[in-house]
Design a protein around this ligand. Structure first.
Ligand code: GDP
Ligand code: IMO
Ligand code: MG
Length: 427
């Protein structure tokens, strides 16, 4: 009864979508357990490219049942838009199951996300503006609207009224915006009920039964370890639990049933939005990584900040998530660099620090201590075994494996499904 978790080991966009898709044909369920349509997972199958935001990447694998877990925040407009978009391209989405306990992103939370960012000015987080933070805040404040509330109009109205009592004060008095009518919110949400109802289930029961029946469940994270609300570079994080612990709370699968935790890590590093990033490059090398790697956001189109591989961060991700394996992605993007630096430790206020600094101030002050590796110039996209890689690429992989706290079980050498070197089977 394998329950395998896939998490991001850096700041997101490591290639979780491709890794999930790679395993999709061999698993029975793919569960999205956190986040919402702030995610952007690009999956390339043959000559087709799919950008998924809210739907689990397993939606592209015909045999597998995609599940939106209780830990997700759901924008229902986006849900149906994404479903329609895939159906128009011939993808069958009829198996999709949505947790009755997942929270719904109401329009006022999209507005609040955007105006709060504007209000913060230079202290902004650089959110995706999708209403993620305010919706999770409502959940913790016990002001949230859940999927199941849509099936009881009286309850739905009472919850929206309760939430708007406070929100309208904030919208009008703090942000100088118009107040929101209860009816507009309720009517919009009720408009989705007929389409939504057949998809909704007790997903923790469904997944528990599946594991009892020896079926395979893959839990796919959005975002990443350094964006996790507890373990990331707070406050420059998302508002959900993007780490392995979140896979349990966000799906209702208990910790002892997890059999494997796979961290997806890029052969360099990127970040979107604000916040500390010690190995960030502001020079031609950074531009080159961005161009070679196509590092522009799938969700917002923003150029991603780029930098060198940071081993203390990978080790931190290995520890926080209990990683059993890494999938190293985008090794091909480093082709052509003569010399490749890897951050092995930091200097913080004149002292060497080997692990992630304890405080956020320390991390802001951290400057990387680099070790340098010789690059390679051969095209590696056709490599399907470690031995097919140039010796310098092999050395790079071995060196970062030794520094990063878990074995590297697969290596990405291109965006395509088959452009992967499998070292150890991931299931
Ligand atoms: P996710 O959010 O973690 O799923 O990652 P994104 O989809 O946002 O970003 C990863 C991008 O890199 C996507 O465009 C993938 O198609 C692409 N990609 C994934 N693995 C590889 C790889 O090994 N090499 C290259 N060149 N591209 C890759
Ligand atoms: P995937 O799943 C990269 C970042 C935003 C911002 C911060 C908070 O594709 O890896 P939010 O809208 O979540 O409140 O924004 O988190 N962020 C991501 N960065 N990849 C993602 O998802 C992200 N989802 C959120 O840029 O800095
Ligand atoms: Mg992404």
């Amino acid at each position: 009864m394998p329950a395998v978790v896939i998490v991001g080991a850096q700041w997101g966009d490591e290639g979780k979508g491709k890794a999930t898709d790679l395993l999709g044909s061999r698993v029975d369920y793919v569960v999205k357990f956190n986040g919402g349509n702030n995610a952007g997972h690009t999956v390339v199958i043959g000559d087709q490219k799919y950008a998924l935001h809210l739907l689990p990447s397993g939606i592209l694998s015909p045999g597998c049942t995609p599940v939106i877990g209780n830990g997700v925040v759901v924008d229902l407009g986006v849900l149906f838009e994404e479903i329609d978009g895939l159906e128009a391209r011939g993808i069958d989405t009829s198996k999709l199951v949505v947790s009755a306990n997942a929270h719904v992103i109401a329009d006022y939370n999209r507005t609040l996300d955007k105006v709060t960012e504007r209000f913060l000015g230079s202290r902004k987080i650089g959110t995706t503006g999708r209403g993620i933070g305010p919706t999770y805040a409502d959940k913790m404040n016990r002001l949230g609207v859940r999927v199941q509330d849509l099936f009881d109009e009286k309850i739905l109205r009472a919850k929206v009224e309760g939430a708007l009592e406070l929100k309208n004060q904030i919208l009008t008095k703090v942000y100088n915006r118009r107040s929101v009518e209860v009816d507009e919110v309720v009517d919009e949400l009720l408009g989705y009920v007929d389409r939504l109802r057949p998809m909704v289930a007790d997903t923790s029961l469904l997944l528990g039964d599946a594991l009892d029946a020896d079926q395979t469940v893959l839990l796919e994270a959005g975002q990443a370890t350094l964006l996790d609300v507890d373990h990331g570079t707070y406050p420059f994080v998302t508002s959900s639990s993007a780490t392995a612990g979140g896979a349990c709370t966000g799906s209702g699968i208990p910790p002892m049933r997890l059999t494997r935790v796979i961290g997806i890590v890029k052969a360099y590093a990127t970040r979107v939005g604000e916040g500390p990033f010690p190995t960030e490059l502001f020079d031609a090398d950074g531009e080159r990584l961005r161009d070679n790697g196509g590092e522009f956001g799938t969700t917002t189109g923003r150029p991603r900040r780029c930098g060198w591989y940071d081993a203390p961060i990978a080790r931190y991700a290995a520890r926080i998530n209990g990683l059993t394996d890494f999938v190293l992605t985008k090794l091909d993007v480093l082709t052509g660099f003569e010399r490749i630096p890897v951050c092995v430790a930091y200097e913080v206020d004149g002292e060497r620090v080997d692990e992630m600094p304890m405080t956020q101030t320390g991390f802001h002050h951290a400057t990387p201590i680099y070790e340098y590796f010789d690059g390679w110039s051969e095209d590696i996209s056709g490599a399907r075994a470690i031995e097919d890689l140039p010796v310098n690429a092999q050395r790079y992989v071995t060196a970062i494996e030794e520094m990063s706290g878990a074995r590297i079980s697969a290596i990405g050498v291109g965006p395509g499904r088959d452009e992967t070197i499998v070292v150890h089977d991931l299931l």
